[in-house]
Design a protein around this ligand. Structure first.
Ligand SMILES: Cc1cc2nc3c(=O)[nH]c(=O)nc-3n(C[C@H](O)[C@H](O)[C@H](O)COP(=O)(O)O)c2cc1C
Length: 225
């Protein structure tokens, strides 16, 4: 068992603040349901909202600043990412791809902050496919980022017909079935994050394969001539 409460970050992938079709970002409902279910386990859970993190107009990631000299919001989020045991990535589907707002936010942080910890993919849409196509490339993205996605995923079609703006299930939906659907993915996240936490706490188990000088340390050897 973990000795301290597990910590999770739930990243909300939408930075849309316009209407219609829904009065607010659909993603807030989905992210809030994930936060609520994780909190029921006793975990410390933070919702990361891209609208609350001012990013510079010119792309300058956290790791491009001198150590400890990045803008306060980036420094704070970097610390939360580093101390978290796992991540939930909640993304809408935009043009069959993951949210550009989520990708942009995550691109600000180096893979070492995420390394050795799992993630869960949760996608949604206003339409009928639930963001399943976005989820496919999220696996690639999150694997490269270092937080390997667990096998189970949540895809939520017509999210506005399932969850209210606070993230509660609407009257008339089969709540036990929907809760169970979310829980299957979140329980996999908890299982892997507990295992990874134990491994990170093991002084004999250094995380393998990290590069410490240059990304070229990951390269295949030169082909022989
Ligand atoms: C630029 C853009 C592209 C979209 N592409 C898709 C899509 O490929 N598949 C889909 O199911 N819905 C698509 N939608 C509809 C979204 O599912 C819907 O707008 C949803 O509310 C977005 O989530 P949000 O409100 O949290 O931003 C798209 C919406 C936008 C604004």
């Amino acid at each position: 068992m973990m000795t301290k409460p597990a910590e999770y970050l739930v990243f909300l992938g939408s930075a849309r603040d316009s209407t219609p079709p829904q009065p607010a970002r659909l993603g807030l409902r989905v992210a809030r349901q994930c936060v609520a279910q994780l909190r029921e386990t006793g975990a410390i859970v933070r919702l990361v909202d891209p609208l609350e993190i001012p990013l510079s107009a010119v792309f300058k990631p956290h790791f491009s600043h001198a150590r400890g000299r990045a803008p306060a919001e980036l420094e704070e989020l970097a610390q939360y990412i580093e101390s978290a045991d796992g991540y939930v990535m909640v993304s809408p589907e935009y043009n069959h791809s993951m949210s550009p707002a989520l990708a942009h936010l995550l691109n600000h942080f180096g893979s070492s902050l995420f390394a050795g910890k799992p993630s869960a993919i949760v996608t949604y849409s206003a339409g009928q496919w639930g963001g399943a196509r976005a989820a496919v490339n999220m696996r690639t993205f999150l694997s490269e980022l270092g937080c390997l996605p667990v096998s189970a995923m949540v895809h939520l079609p017509a999210a506005h017909t399932v969850l209210d703006p606070d993230g509660n299930f609407l009257a008339g939906v089969d709540e036990p079935a929907w809760r169970g659907y979310f829980r299957r993915t979140l329980e996999q996240l908890l299982w892997w994050s507990e295992a990874a936490s134990r491994q990170r706490a093991n002084p004999a188990a250094r995380f393998p394969g990290a590069f410490d000088r240059s990304p070229t340390q990951r390269n295949a050897p030169e082909a022989s001539t």
